[in-house]
Design a protein around this ligand. Structure first.
Ligand code: NI
Length: 217
């Protein structure tokens, strides 16, 4: 929860975190709370809404491994699991990426219909080669997307990701604080689920299994 609060700045995310905190006071298992948070309203604009705010939409980025230009349209017909972070992230990103692939393992073949995507929030350091090497550490399935600062700013805005650069100190590289929600987009490109950082692999596997209702085309 501390990690969540530290990374959250947008009013939308604050609403989600406050709602999360409020239901947390009631005690009980985490899973019903996550399911309540996942109560989303899809829309037809290439995104979906949470608490009245649209999340998702068009983007144009570069596939780090192939150098190909990709857009949201590239992934139509596939479930996308979208996560934002950066390769210098000291803890949250690698931990959550490991959880995602642990969840996929628990899901078995059903996870095959999901395309996992890691979008950098630090394109200055996350060049295509650097990002390609990083994502390969987690899974050969993980697609790294980078782009110009303008292109990254655009997708960060579309997904309501909070990003804040923290200057480095003597000899230490700068950090980038960022919100770390995991977004599930359906084959039509609409938001189908949103899961907070620190969701454990078993919960994530169950939530994804419930949400992914059709096989990939
Ligand atoms: Ni991170």
């Amino acid at each position: 929860m501390i990690k969540v609060l530290r990374g959250v700045g947008l009013a939308l995310m604050a609403v989600i975190v406050i709602a999360f905190a409020v239901v947390s006071v009631g005690g009980g298992s985490l899973l019903p709370k996550l399911e309540r948070m996942a109560g989303l309203v899809p829309d037809d604009s290439g995104g979906g809404t949470v608490a009245g705010a649209s999340i998702g939409g068009p983007f144009t980025l570069t596939n780090a491994a192939t150098g190909a230009t990709v857009t949201d349209q590239t992934y139509r017909g596939h479930w996308m699991l979208v996560y934002f972070g950066y390769t210098f992230c000291p803890d949250v990103c690698p931990t959550d990426l490991q959880r995602i692939f642990a969840a996929f393992k628990l899901m078995g073949p059903k996870s095959d219909s999901i395309t996992p995507i890691f979008v950098t929030v630090d394109p200055a350091r996350d060049t295509a080669p650097a990002l390609a090497r990083y994502v390969a550490l987690f899974s050969p399935r993980l697609i790294g997307l980078t782009g110009s600062q303008t292109a990254i700013d655009s997708v960060v805005s579309a997904y309501r990701v909070y990003v804040s650069k923290v200057p480095g100190t003597a000899g230490a590289p700068y950090l980038v604080n960022h919100s770390a929600f995991i977004y599930l987009m359906n084959p039509e490109g609409n938001l189908a689920g949103i899961y907070p950082p620190d969701t454990n692999a078993a919960d994530l596997a169950r939530l994804l299994g419930q949400a992914v209702t059709t096989p990939a085309s």
